[in-house]
Design a protein around this ligand. Structure first.
Ligand SMILES: Cc1ncc(C[n+]2csc(CCOP(=O)(O)OP(=O)(O)O)c2C)c(N)n1
Length: 274
């Protein structure tokens, strides 16, 4: 008889050692994700992590599954294409706030409305960590630590969850690196959700934003059940403080699965022949 071997979280870690700074929130996302994979009994051979560029986007190298390290801001485009071409795979895209909301912002809103069955994890530290601390779309307007914006970026940060909702995302949750157990549960639910699941993670960068250690005093769990009405969710996302965690919004919507190929048209390379 063949016993099914149950993998532990550490079995999902690769042999590559993370080179993130001490105290970086991304360690916690890695731990929460491998714990979620173990809890779900994820098949490594059929799982692909796709990322762009940034400290957070290094994460696929640290996981023992398939990975695709793309170019800056393009992880979602690659991940959606992969999932549509290979619906049998578990596909996750991940990266940072600079990667996902600045250069990749257009892909983000269209991924939300397209609703391909995959998970997107945005590790938001409100700064470009890898390029040493410039402002991103979620940086506070008066954050004056960067030489490029010595008086602060001067423009209002946007709220990723509100943007995701407005663009049509069917499932929106928020995690916090200081609460890896809750994050692991959120990630497991996100992977199981049949549609585009967006996990906004507050993942501190204490190297360039040491004040983010204060997040632990303001982050709070939202205890009410997830909102399923879009109007109610809009009110929630526009007025909440951005620090409420948990599954915030969930609603079943039709998924995009690509156009059905005509008989005999399953050769993906065909489209690229000249
Ligand atoms: C086309 C392009 N523009 C700019 C860069 C430089 N670059 C590399 S990482 C990065 C920002 C990463 O910040 P974020 O996505 O917030 O991730 P973090 O490092 O904070 O985890 C930038 C601007 C690049 N690699 N490619």
């Amino acid at each position: 008889m063949n016993d099914v071997i149950k993998l532990r979280p550490k079995d999902f870690k690769s042999e590559v050692k993370p080179i993130w700074c001490p105290g970086c929130g991304h360690y916690s996302v890695l731990n929460a994700l491998t714990k979620a994979f173990a809890a779900l009994g994820i098949d490594k051979d059929n799982t692909v992590l796709v990322s762009g560029i940034g400290c957070s986007s290094r994460l696929p190298a640290y996981v023992d599954s398939y990975g695709f390290h793309g170019v800056h801001g393009r992880g979602l485009a690659i991940a959606q294409g992969l999932k549509v071409a290979r619906p049998d795979l578990t596909v996750l895209a991940l990266g940072g706030d600079g990667d996902g909301f600045s250069i990749g912002g257009n892909h983000f809103i269209h991924a939300c409305r397209r609703n391909v069955n995959m998970t997107y994890i945005a590790m938001d530290n409100e700064v470009y960590g890898m390029t040493k601390g410039q402002a991103s779309p979620t940086t506070a307007s008066d954050w004056d630590h960067s030489k490029l914006t010595p008086h602060g970026p001067g423009v209002r940060p946007f709220k990723p969850a509100a943007l995701a909702l407005a663009a049509g995302a069917p499932w929106i949750a928020r995690g916090y690196s200081g609460n890896p157990n809750q994050m692991s549960r959120i990630l497991a639910e996100a992977i199981e959700f049949p549609g585009f699941s967006f996990v906004h993670v507050l993942s501190q960068c204490i190297t360039f934003c040491p004040e983010q250690t204060d997040w632990k005093a303001v982050v709070h769990e939202r205890l009410e059940p997830a909102v399923s009405d879009a109007d109610e969710a809009a009110r929630l996302f526009l007025h909440e403080d951005g620090f409420s965690t948990g599954l915030l919004y969930a609603r079943q919507q039709p998924c995009y699965s690509g156009t059905t190929p005509a008989a005999g048209e399953t050769d993906l390379c065909g489209g690229f022949r000249v």
